[in-house]
Design a protein around this ligand. Structure first.
Ligand code: BG6
Length: 443
């Protein structure tokens, strides 16, 4: 249901790439469906002088709506006094509404700057205005220590309910479908455990490289960029206890519980975790000694009674042959022609497929494996973009698709020992050719 509270979305760092590619197009799409509040404005905050809004509308299909409802605001984000000017601007917009508004502060800025901006929004009193929300992009810290510090820094100024930590993978239509699929199909619901399942793999394979994000990627790497966030969250959705569908607000707690029982597989880190870097990466980033991994694959285990002994693997890499995101569930094998695999395809060609054995037509008894296939595109024209769901839920105060600080800390806890081991060793980095497939890198 839509929230009709007058709303101001304050995008801090509107001149960045994210607004152009994701945020403004997403608002345009929500508005097309009539689901934005009747009184809704965007306040685009930027340090830069004279950024024309038109330069940010490239990917937006609903330009008229965005133009009519957006105002730009230039300020020095490092000067706390300027936040009073920002408050006056908000009050001026509220006058037009003839009502107080809920303000959503969307921080679309590099992680290094977000700390002081959070402090200034807090110190200037803006955080205490009724209905203020804070939307944060990942990464939330770089390791367990920094994430713990960041959480307590934010907690000084904002209450838990005000904070929305975005992991856009959780808002993908097909990630939300994991719960519905598990809940709605008794065959799978009843066999979703170690008695029937032998292995779970979550894979994000990307064709793209680092797309010019040299500074960001050199500091980050595949483990922090994707495994710590998107892959562990998809895994949590797969392993967690199910909420009943009227209580989706329970989901963050259930994801947290699943994460809290995970650790990297016991044994040598060399066998449980592999890292790679595509050929040409070092030249691209201008650092001939770079150890930043563009590929990571880790084996995990869960101490949850339901999952004990089940193999779990997370793998991601850039500059690979194909782009796909999938969760693959391997059912336990019986005799030679008894095995099933369930594939939840998150992108592209979103859908579900299940492999089954069948008799080949003919006089002889021969069998072969086939897929039962469900593809969203055969039934629906277009799936909403994840950022539409993110913004819609934040406007409506629905936290179910956002990570809590407890979850964030758990994900860093899982990776802590490995991060430290990788920071001090150099010998295990696999150099792979661009366009490789995963099995060529790690088998
Ligand atoms: C981002 C990462 O969070 O997700 C990128 O920082 C990655 O490195 C991207 O390419 C993948 O998202 P999607 O939605 O294109 O699969």
């Amino acid at each position: 249901m839509k929230n009709n509270k007058p709303t101001i979305l304050i995008i801090i760092g509107i001149s960045g790439d994210l607004s152009k590619r994701k945020l403004l197009p997403a608002i345009g799409e929500i508005a097309k469906t009539g689901m934005t509040p009747a009184q809704f404005k965007i306040l685009g905050v930027t340090r830069k002088k004279e950024v024309p809004l038109s330069s940010l509308l490239g990917d937006t299909t609903n330009k008229d709506y965005i133009e009519k409802n957006t105002e730009m605001f230039q300020m020095d984000l490092d000067d706390i006094k300027e936040y009073k000017k920002l408050e006056s601007k908000i009050e001026e917009m509220e006058k037009d509404f003839e009502s107080k508004a809920q303000c959503l502060f969307y921080l679309s800025v590099p992680p290094a700057t977000s700390k002081s901006i959070i402090e200034f929004i807090g110190e200037s009193g803006l955080a205490k205005r009724e209905g203020t929300k804070l939307l944060l992009e990942k990464p939330f810290g770089t390791d367990l220590n920094s994430a713990t510090e960041l959480v307590s820094h934010i907690d000084k100024y904002f209450e838990k309910e005000q904070i929305y930590r975005i992991d856009h993978y959780m808002a993908k239509e097909t990630a939300q479908n994991i719960i519905v699929f598990r809940n709605g199909n008794s065959l799978f619901k009843r066999t979703w455990n170690k008695d029937f399942i032998s292995k779970i793999e979550v894979t994000v394979s990307e064709e793209i490289g680092i797309e010019g994000r040299v500074g960001f990627y050199e500091q980050t790497g595949a483990l922090r960029d994707l495994i710590q966030s998107h892959l562990l969250q998809l895994l949590a959705l797969t392993l967690m206890e199910l909420p009943d569908e009227e209580h989706l607000d329970e989901v963050p707690r259930l994801r947290y519980e699943a994460l809290s029982k995970l650790k990297i597989k016991e044994g040598s880190l060399m066998t449980s975790a592999k890292r790679g870097q595509y050929k040409g990466y070092r030249e691209e980033v201008g650092n001939e000694k770079s150890m930043t991994e563009t590929f990571a694959s880790i084996d995990l285990e869960s101490s949850d009674e339901r999952w004990q002994g089940v193999e779990i693997n997370l793998t991601t890499g850039k500059a690979l042959k194909d782009k796909y995101t999938e969760i693959k569930i391997f059912y336990k094998k019986g005799h030679d022609h008894e095995s099933n695999e369930l594939l939840l395809r998150l992108q592209p060609d979103e859908g579900i497929s299940f492999s089954v054995w069948a008799k080949k037509p003919g006089y002889e008894h021969q069998v072969s494996k086939h897929a039962l296939n469900f593809s969203f595109k055969d039934h629906y024209t277009a799936l909403p973009e994840a950022y539409e769901q993110v913004l819609f839920n934040a406007i409506n105060g629905d936290h179910s698709l956002f990570s809590t600080s407890e979850e964030v800390i758990e994900t860093w806890r899982i990776l802590d020992e490995l991060q430290r081991a990788w920071a001090t060793s150099t010998y295990d980095l696999i150099i792979y050719k661009k366009g490789s497939i995963i099995s060529e890198i790690i088998n």
